[in-house]
Design a protein around this ligand. Structure first.
Ligand code: NAP
Length: 530
């Protein structure tokens, strides 16, 4: 929204009656919720935020003495007249922190409006208990958001709206809780049905609500909420405003935006949204990539069909079980018995691929001219090891498998025509490459799948990328081997996914850059104990 329009809005509060019906067309898509331990802290935070965020929400209920904030809010507007601010003072009974009476809640909102806030938020439960004239009085000063929060589920959205329409308001805000990904479908369909007829604000809370937080604005929600910084969320599952803008590019999301996501359980640690959204942005692809915490495959598949989702990066625990739900799978994924990439075709059919192999083969081919006849040891016999063994055998490598448990190693060796090796026999052979395809060494600096004296190879590749340099890689370096960190596999398999989904070459360097940055930030946060 142009600044000039915002400043118009900013000035409007001094000239009631306010024509709120114009407001929805003019508001930015993200409102940033601002909290503080005291009025000064809240206003100072707002002053820092306002440069990038002309639309804020002051959460008065987070203050121990909200009334003290009124003069500070007035001063804030003197220096930032172009800012649009919602004043919210949610009561404890309705999910907020304000312990005062309804009369004092309304009194505070009236004063906040007089101090300059152009919009006020009143819960449906409060509205139900106050006199119509009280709400009317508030509405002469500011636009009114009538809000309802369901902290348990996403249900009865139409009935709730019906009840809310019994009160005259400028916006109707319905926020539910997603316990399933498909709750987002319910919210999005509701917004699509009713968004043209009423000024709605709708989204789902919770980790699973991310779909509605990003896509709600194209379905019919006038705007959505973001937190000022991570750790200052005012609702479960809220993401930062900066993330909504920079990672998910919410201002550009439109009907043509294709939706992709990484699905698994758990999923919160995944770097896929960071890397894929950066790739879409760099290559100007009108697409958004979300983190999909799927508790069941059925839930995921419902969303894929209904949202619709055009491509899924599949991770634990669904890589194998998703196969039987796909319409077709490439021969390579069938052999591996696992799929990490799903594409939804125009006709709605689902096709499966496995890009883990590209993630293993590409970094090796960059270093060794050819993998033909290369002698390679793969440690592990799980999904990732299978992708490695089949991919390397297809390229003519001589592959050995070492696994803790004999049976899966035997099965894989038999299927892929590879060899089995016992740990005691490692000293008899030198390898071109050793690959760790086990989780041994993940998240610590103590464990390694091999001891230093057992490492006899030119290259050592660890699929683990956290820590960036594992103990195994450190030992390999000490033995004079060249090391290949797991992050290369991650970026190459993601690059291949990007190619499958978009038909364009992937911006590999950009993808590597953002993911290294994200890992560094994660390490810094960990070091700072956050
Ligand atoms: P998986 O299917 O569960 O297989 C795990 C394998 O590791 C099995 O062969 C298992 O042996 C072995 N293993 C597990 N714990 C062990 C231990 N304590 N000591 C010895 N062996 C052990 O897992 P996966 O999907 O193949 O993943 C393997 C690793 O690759 C994980 O660390 C994963 O994070 C990583 N990975 C990285 C990327 C990337 O992009 N960089 C992509 C995919 C996977 P048993 O048969 O004896 O149980």
């Amino acid at each position: 929204m142009p600044r000039s329009k915002l400043s118009e809005l900013g000035k409007m509060n001094s000239a009631p009656p306010y024509p709120p019906r114009l407001l929805p067309l003019r508001l930015p898509r993200v409102c940033v919720a601002v909290i503080g331990s005291d009025p000064n802290e809240m206003a100072e935070k707002a002053e820092l935020l306002v440069r990038d965020n002309p639309f804020l929400e002051f959460r008065l209920d987070y203050l121990s003495k909200p009334a003290l904030a009124i003069p500070r809010i007035k001063r804030f507007f003197e220096s930032h007249p172009g800012t649009v601010v919602i004043a919210t003072c949610r009561r404890v009974a309705n999910g907020g922190k304000f312990r005062g009476s309804i009369a004092s809640q309304l009194d505070l909102l009236n004063k906040a409006a007089a101090a300059g806030c152009q919009v006020v938020d009143v819960e449906l439960q409060t509205a139900a208990k106050c006199k119509p004239q009280q709400l009317q009085k508030l509405r002469t000063r500011a636009a009114l958001i009538l809000s309802f929060h369901d902290f348990r589920a996403t249900k009865k959205l139409d009935e709730t709206l019906e009840k809310m329409l019994g009160y005259t308001a400028d916006f109707y805000k319905i926020v539910s809780t997603a316990t399933l990904l498909s709750d987002n479908v319910t919210m999005i369909k509701f917004l699509g049905r009713e968004g043209d007829r009423h000024s709605l604000i709708g989204m789902c809370m919770g980790e699973q609500g991310i779909i509605s937080r990003v896509l709600g604005v194209r379905a019919g929600s006038v705007f959505t909420f973001g937190s000022a910084v991570a750790g200052e969320e005012t609702a479960p599952g809220q993401v930062t405003a900066q993330e909504l803008r920079n990672v998910y590019r919410i201002e550009q999301v439109d009907v043509a935006t294709r939706v992709y996501g990484v699905a698994g359980d758990p999923i919160s640690h995944s770097l896929s949204p960071t890397i894929m959204n950066a790739a879409f942005r760099r290559e100007n692809v009108n697409a958004v990539f979300l983190s999909l915490h799927a508790k069941t495959l059925k839930d995921l598949l419902t969303c894929v069909r209904e949202i619709p989702i055009h491509g899924v990066s599949v991770t634990m625990p669904y890589k194998e079980t998703i196969l039987s739900h796909l319409d077709n799978t490439d021969a390579h994924s069938t052999k591996i018995g696992a799929c990490n990439t799903v594409v939804r075709a125009q006709d709605g059919k689902l096709y499966g691929f496995n890009t883990d192999t590209a993630g293993i083969v590409r970094p090796l081919e960059r270093r060794l001219n050819t993998l033909e006849s290369a002698r390679i040891l793969v440690i592990g016999a799980g999904g990732a090891a299978r992708a490695a063994v089949f991919g390397l055998k297809e390229r003519g490598s001589e592959v050995y498998i070492l696994n803790r448990t004999a049976a899966p190693a035997k099965k894989l060796a038999h299927q892929a025509h590879a060899r089995i090796i016992k740990r005691a026999d490692l000293k008899k052979l030198a390898f071109d490459v050793i690959i760790n395809a086990t989780p041994v060494g993940m998240g610590n600096q103590r464990e390694s799948p091999l001891q230093e004296h057992e490492i006899n190879a030119r290259y050592v590749f660890d699929m683990i990328y956290d820590p960036a340099e594992t103990r195994f890689l450190k030992l390999a370096r000490a033995r004079g081997a060249q090391i290949i960190p797991g992050i290369e596999m991650f970026v190459h398999q993601a690059a291949r996914q990007f190619e499958i989904w978009t038909g364009k070459p992937a911006p590999f360097d950009e993808m590597l850059r953002v993911v290294l940055l994200a890992l560094q930030e994660r390490a810094n946060r960990f070091a700072a104990g956050k």
